[in-house]
Design a protein. Structure first.
Length: 264
């Protein structure tokens, strides 16, 4: 696999070629993922749940994210490396710029933020300073207390319209990638068609340009209730390498996600 760049992901979208993404939190997981041809690695603030044992991502700090990003970047290989800006670390343009700079210096190639239209000036400022951004819409785990839990987003017409408009505005501001989590499959497909930048889905149906899972979910190591959008790729695999390779094949040949992994 050649070094994956934003330009390569854009070309894959234009050509209708699906791409894959998985989370990683250390060098060993990064090597596992990158060696199987996964195009995008996300150092997710989900590490708060799966590594630190918290019930949400809220306690994760910028220092935590920088540490894990450095670990992952050492073995990320040719995969594109995205890292999350954690809770309340981008409340202003200046704060976002400072913390995004730290993540980029730790090895990230793109930074991810959660939100909608209010992020437009922040995304524009980061772009001006040479920092690509990925914006996470739909179920945004950092806002779990406002959302009242981990619930599907965009089922009513007003919210769906707001998400479409936000996606278009964020692209115009300079966002490089979008992530859609737990949104109805029809809405995710419409958003994907409405923008030229790549869209990654998780619990967002099969029509997004790419798919992402938390690596531990894919390996059937979920602690607690397994989300609907998860598939256990270890069930028919002899090794973790086989399981990751099976995920890549399933996304590429469009057998994952299946209808039962999405929401209507």
């Amino acid at each position: 696999m050649a070094k994956v760049t934003l330009s390569i992901l854009s070309d894959m979208k234009k050509n209708g070629e699906k791409f894959t993404s998985l989370t990683a939190y250390d060098a060993t997981l990064a090597h596992l993922v990158s060696s199987q041809g996964v195009e995008v690695i996300l150092v997710g603030d989900s590490l708060g749940n799966v590594c630190q044992g918290h019930t949400s991502t809220v306690p994760v700090t910028v220092d935590d994210m920088c540490y894990h990003t450095r670990c992952v970047s050492a073995k990320a290989g040719d995969s594109l490396l995205i890292a999350d800006l954690p809770f309340a670390s981008y409340t202003s343009e200046q704060q976002a710029l400072g913390n995004a700079t730290r993540l980029m210096q730790a090895g990230a190639e793109v930074v991810k933020l959660e939100g909608e239209a209010w992020l437009v000036p922040i995304v524009a400022r980061l772009r001006e300073q040479g920092i690509p951004s990925c914006v996470h819409l739909g179920l945004t785990p950092q806002s779990v207390h406002v959302l009242g839990g981990y619930k599907v987003q965009g089922r009513d017409e007003a919210r769906a319209t707001a998400m479409i408009e936000a996606a278009i505005a964020l692209e115009k501001a300079g966002a490089a990638i979008l992530v859609l989590e737990c949104v109805p499959s029809v809405l995710a497909a419409e958003i994907t068609r409405s923008v030229q930048i790549p869209v990654i889905g998780i619990g967002a149906g099969a029509e997004t340009d790419g798919q992402i899972l938390v690596i531990y979910d894919l390996l059937n190591m979920t602690a607690g209730r397994k989300p609907r959008f998860v598939k256990n790729f270890m069930a028919e695999s002899d090794s973790t390498q086989d399981a990751v390779a099976a995920f890549v094949r399933a996304v590429k040949d469009r057998t994952f996600p299946a209808p039962e992994h999405g929401f209507e």
